[in-house]
Design a protein around this ligand. Structure first.
Ligand code: MTE
Ligand code: LUZ
Ligand code: MOS
Length: 761
């Protein structure tokens, strides 16, 4: 069950864009970008750049044969700035040089004069200036005003959550090669080869069929390469097209951190109404999304924030407003969870604050409000096959390793109270985080995939799909699906690189559905081949084809082996001119969404689970340690438990990083101050929890998933939210005066401020 890439990675043999062989004459791209966040370009002088050693050409918007446009959902983003700039890092030109380093040296010689304007960094300020990407979006159910009137308590507040740098190990990059007759091939580190192909087609003004985009694998994407691989591929393609030379463009880490968009920071206002028992009656929330300088995927991300604004809870009266505010930061983009985490952090804060007021435990309110089958979310989808409560109660079993199940959470709470009484400067706290994450692209159109399965005459098999391997193990899962469907050995199956020549019009590998939809397509293609083979055998042996089975590489008729193995079968079929290749297309059934009323059934199914996280805070220094994480997650019938557990652990850590330590700081000029790993802290070996236990919910086949499995890529990210509240609960034991505005990440600095009662804003 080991992931096929693991050995290659460990031996340093896996090939990334920068590792590909460089043909003779390869040139290198270096981006010249804006040094100011907002203003007009007054003059540009690249004379010294052009005269610099090794420089072949400087490419600007004037050289673009097609459109100077890379916006995907909204056409609001030029490839190269023309006369205005909107963020620090916005590309203005591309230097093409004979070596990598000559480009970097030449870049320093660029002279650009600007007429600087004051940038807008903050989403609320942008909103007040009416700088919106699209008009506000509202999801609603019931009537919140009536809901608040009939509530026993109402709590209001503000929540801020910060952005997050993707920090994929492989930076953004592409390598373009000119082919004959104006055709072009681009090797790109992208989650969406078709998006890249489309983007290049627009920029070069040539049809998509003249452009091949190929991806072997990514050294991580995490959403950062869903939309934002396109500009770099388009730049290298443009340079290659103009100069008719291979052109490689790989961002340095420093450039990548400065130029590329990140997770969206949000600032949100909430109002929650509950009964005195803790039942949530009404919830009103406004999300101010810091979209950055261009739309990118912001509107889709904001939509998912609205979908997940009530997390896994049933609330009869909801009004959720989403505002996409245009600011002078790099265009923010997809990042694991895609707006879901930002929405869920707000409802969890609202519950936490309401618990304070009701003098209840937050976990009792969480448990009381978990959505039941038959109840609906604000967007009209009715809950079916929920395992949310099962996961919660299984977690209680896991926590109470003895059999005294008499409210284990109260028992743990009591133990922690004892500990905190005995320790003046060390306080412990814990929190729970149940999750519910909708599986499918919220844009129904994108829920389609295709596959091509080829069986060679020696019985070996190649499978191509639109899926991109980025470390999440999708290639391994697809190989397993093919092996299982054809009932042949895994070692016979190779998964092909992803290319727009073989499988076309693909959706990006995103929304956690990579294995789901591409796996389904591969399964369908295998079934087509099986059907042909069975019909062929039926004819040869004069039986009916439903009497035939292939099991572990042996042909069986009515259950008994006939002495024909997979290899012989394939040989025989080939001789009789049977088609041994099949293409298949899969479209997720029964999903729809009407965005004119914001109602529908957008998700094929949901992902569920609950996390328990305990932390200890050092109240002198503001440092903390995550002691224990226990998670019960519904993986469905896992195709590959090793991969799935790895995904859960990785997502958890990335979520903890977002919530507790990864802090992006911009100054008032819109300059990113945390643009290196010395100033931007990500979780490392020292920050992982002392103990992590991930338990698979047993006996939980998912009827809507491939081989009854469930998507796993993004949902566990949101367990990280429990780390925030575990730390906050520990702080509360030291200082009960928690500020009104809740802000993430809860860095050691912020922990100190909370410990000693200072307002942070
Ligand atoms: N795991 C690794 N190792 N590297 C990644 O870049 N991306 C995540 C997740 N897990 C990522 C990862 C994101 S954002 C998504 S949407 C899914 O993988 C995409 O893959 P899947 O749909 O095949 O799960
Ligand atoms: N990308 C996208 C996503 O285009 N639509 C989605 O719904 C989505 N969800 C999660 C991650 N990426
Ligand atoms: Mo993941 S944010 O859907 O690439």
């Amino acid at each position: 069950m080991i992931n096929n890439d693991t050995l290659l990675h460990l031996n340093g043999e896996s090939v990334f864009v920068d590792d590909g062989m460089e043909p003779k004459g390869t040139l290198y791209g270096t981006i010249i970008y804006s040094s100011i966040a907002s203003g007009k370009i007054v003059s540009i002088d690249f004379t010294d750049v052009l005269n610099s050693q090794g420089v072949v050409k400087v490419i600007t918007w004037e050289d673009i044969p097609g459109e100077n446009q890379i916006g995907s959902i909204i056409k609001d983003e030029p490839l190269f700035a023309k006369d205005e700039v909107h963020y620090i890092g916005q590309p203005i030109a591309l230097i093409v040089s004979k070596t990598k380093f000559s480009g970097v040296i030449a870049r320093k010689k660029a002279k650009i004069e600007y007429n600087e304007e004051k940038p807008v960094i903050d989403a609320r300020e942008a909103y007040l200036k009416n700088q919106l990407i699209v008009p506000p979006r509202i999801f609603s159910l019931g009537d919140v005003n009536i809901g608040f009137e009939s509530s026993d308590i109402v709590v209001e507040g503000t929540v801020n959550s910060g952005g997050q740098e993707h920090l994929y190990i492989e930076t953004q990059g592409a390598f373009a090669f000119p082919l004959e007759n104006g055709n072009i091939k681009v090797v790109s580190s992208t989650q969406g080869p078709t998006s890249v192909q489309r983007g290049i087609s627009v920029v070069l003004g040539i049809p998509m069929n003249k452009i091949e985009v190929e991806t072997v694998r990514l050294g991580g994407g995490f959403g950062g390469k869903e939309d934002q691989a396109t500009p770099y591929a388009a730049m290298s393609a443009l340079a290659s097209y103009l100069l008719q030379k291979p052109v490689k463009l790989i961002l340095s880490r420093a450039d990548d951190m400065k130029i590329t968009g990140k997770r969206h920071p949000y600032s949100s206002d909430y109002k929650i109404g509950l009964t005195s028992e803790g039942k949530i009656i009404a919830y009103e929330v406004t999300f101010y999304q810091n979209s950055g300088a261009a739309a990118d995927l912001s509107t889709a991300i904001l939509e998912r924030t609205l979908f997940h604004c009530t997390n896994c809870y049933f609330i009869p009266n909801v009004k959720a407003t989403g505002i996409a505010a245009r600011t002078n930061l790099p265009p923010n983009t997809a990042f694991r969870g895609f707006g879901g985490p930002q929405g869920m952090f707000v409802i969890e804060t609202a519950i936490w604050k309401a618990a304070e007021k009701l003098k209840k435990n937050p976990y009792d309110i969480q448990r009381l409000n978990i959505i039941q089958n038959g109840e609906q979310f604000s967007y009209g989808q009715v809950m079916k096959n929920s395992t949310a409560c099962k996961c919660w109660s299984k977690l209680m079993d896991v926590l109470s390793n003895d059999d005294s199940k008499s409210n284990i959470l109260n028992k743990l709470s009591g133990e922690i109270k004892e500990y905190n009484k005995a320790n003046i400067m060390q306080k412990k706290g814990f929190a729970l985080m149940p999750i519910c994450f909708g599986i499918s692209f919220t844009n129904t159109m994108l829920n389609q995939a295709a596959a091509l399965v080829n069986v060679y005459t020696d019985g070996s098999v190649n499978v191509s799909t639109g899926a991109i391997e980025m470390g999440q193990g999708v290639n391994m899962k697809i190989r397993q699906i093919v092996a299982k469907t054809l009932s042949i050995g895994l070692n016979r199956i190779k998964s092909e690189t992803t290319t727009t020549k073989t499988v076309i019009n693909t959706s990006p590998t995103a929304a956690s559905v990579g294995a789901d939809i591409n796996g389904k397509a591969a399964e369908l293609a295998c079934k087509n081949i099986l059907l042909r083979l069975k019909e062929f055998i039926a004819k040869e042996y004069k039986v009916s084809s439903d009497e035939i089975e292939i099991q572990n590489e042996e042909v069986l008729i009515n259950g008994s082996a006939i002495g024909l193995n997979w290899f012989q079968l394939v040989q025989k079929a080939y001789v009789k001119r049977i088609n041994l290749a099949s293409q298949a297309h899969y479209a997720t059934p029964d999903i729809f969404f009407d965005s004119s009323v914001n109602k529908g059934n957008p998700f094929a199914y949901y992902s569920f689970g609950t996390a328990f996280i305990e932390a200890t805070v050092d109240c002198l220094r503001g440092l903390y340690r995550i002691n224990r994480v226990k998670i019960v997650h519904d993986f469905g019938k896992s195709i590959n438990p090793v991969i799935d557990k790895g995904q859960a652990e990785g997502a958890l850590m990335q979520g903890i990083g977002w919530m507790t330590m990864e802090e992006l700081v911009y100054n008032e000029n819109g300059k990113l101050l945390t643009d290196a790993l010395s100033t931007y802290k990500v979780p490392d070996i020292h920050s992982i929890p002392l103990e992590t236990e991930i338990v698979f919910l047993e006996d939980s086949p998912n009827i809507n998933g491939v081989l009854q499995s469930k998507a796993i890529g993004e949902p566990p990210f949101m367990y990280g939210i429990a780390a925030y509240f575990a730390i906050l609960n520990a702080i509360k034991e030291f200082n009960n005066n928690i500020p009104k505005i809740i802000e993430a990440p809860i860095t050691p600095e912020r922990t100190l401020l909370y410990l000693y009662g200072e307002q942070t804003v």
